[in-house]
Write a protein that binds this ligand. Structure first.
Ligand code: DPM
Length: 357
């Protein structure tokens, strides 16, 4: 694999490898990739990094709600093609944009420490000082996330919800320069990375809006067989984030959910106990199922495990296998509990209604 990439010997006989990092062209994607590049540069000063930016389907189709495009891996396919053709060696993604089942031959080689996973309210400047509670009746909130709309419709029945698409810059512009939206909902993590924290008027806690699977965490996708790169990026793993995200992704995978279903989670690790709250919603939030479970992720808690296996697409040799097995089991068990209470009916109806919109 490494034979495909430029290798150069320097005077000391150490290998100066050129690592090509693939990224989407959006400003957020560039910022995220630069962030990972900085981390790698610090850890491996001899490695030469090159950044290759490309457009994806998700970037090209800007007028349709994400959940309506009906194409899996909206933001990832072109980048994976480049990875497969050895045009790049790794790709930095927002973990929440990565499907729970990756195409054969790829793996998530690093999950970095999570930023705030919560959603945030960004107000039209004229509404400064207001909250979702105090916005006038009929105020229009912009979001194309079925998950956000479902939870917030139920919690704030006086508000109305409308799709809004485009990258973060486009959305903020649509909010500020028109009168179409009273506020928009965005991930706090993305806003922070863009340096727009000052625009956050309200961060939504789990009682208002639980977050999406993987939200706030960065992931590095690599070729599963590229051991050199896999080992290199594995030093970026953040154990607690890895375990939380394995549980969340296992939950979503068991529910057969993609990026377009109203599924939300909340996770926490405390005293070696991983807890997961998971919920599914009808499109208007009127129907919902929510349950919570926890499991010990103490490395002393020996659960049977096969060595060297991926957990919902994640390869993390340096995180205790038994803890990863436990995290995956937690996600699957919680999904099974919700399924036994009728979660599939709620999701199937939501999917049908969304397709018919
Ligand atoms: C996914 C969703 C959205 C993105 C659906 C959801 C939001 C779509 C929308 C799966 N991916 O959250 O329920 O608001 O119309 C996305 C963002 C980030 C990663 C932007 C955002 C940045 C935060 C992060 C789009 N993907 O959610 O505000 O790294 O988690």
């Amino acid at each position: 694999m490494s034979g495909e990439v430029l290798n150069a010997q320097d005077g000391n006989g150490t290998v100066n490898r050129v690592i090509r990092m693939g990224t989407r062209k959006s400003q957020l994607a560039r910022i995220q990739t630069d962030y990972v590049a900085e981390k790698l540069k610090t850890l491996y000063p001899d490695v030469h990094l090159e950044i290759v930016a490309m457009s994806t389907i998700g970037d090209k189709i800007l007028d349709t709600a994400l959940s309506k495009i009906g194409e899996k891996s909206l933001f990832t396919k072109e980048l994976e093609n480049a990875l497969e053709r050895n045009e790049v060696d790794l790709v930095v993604h927002s973990l929440k944009d990565l499907p729970t089942t990756l195409p054969n031959g790829f793996t998530i080689g690093a999950v970095l420490q999570r930023e705030s996973p919560h959603d945030a309210v960004v107000l039209h400047p004229k509404n400064s000082g207001l909250t979702l509670d105090t916005l006038p009746d009929g105020s229009v909130i912009g979001t194309s996330s079925l998950r956000r709309a479902a939870q917030l419709k139920k919690r704030f029945p006086h508000l109305e919800f409308k799709d809004i698409r485009g990258n973060l810059n486009t959305r903020l512009k649509k909010l500020d320069e028109k009168e179409d939206y009273a506020a928009i909902i965005l991930a706090a993590a993305g806003l922070k990375r863009m340096g727009w924290e000052a625009r956050v008027s309200q961060v939504l806690g789990p009682e208002d809006c639980m977050y999406a699977v993987g939200q706030g965490a960065l992931a590095v996708e690599v070729r599963a067989r590229d051991c050199d790169i896999l080992e290199m990026v594995s030093t970026l793993h953040h154990s607690e984030t890895v375990l939380r995200c394995i549980a969340e992704r296992a939950f979503l995978r068991r529910l057969e959910g993609g990026c377009s279903v109203p599924v939300a989670v909340n996770t926490e690790v405390k005293d070696s106990v991983l807890s997961l709250t998971g919920a599914v919603y009808s499109l208007d939030g009127a129907d919902s199922l929510k349950e919570a479970m926890e499991i010990s992720v103490d490395p002393g808690n020996k659960l049977e495990s096969a060595a060297d296996i991926q957990h919902v697409g994640v390869t993390a040799h340096n995180v205790p296998q038994c803890a990863q097995v436990a995290a995956e089991k937690l996600g699957v068990d919680l999904a099974d509990l919700l399924l036994s209470k009728g979660a599939m009916e709620i999701l199937t109806t939501a999917r049908k209604l969304n397709d018919a919109r």
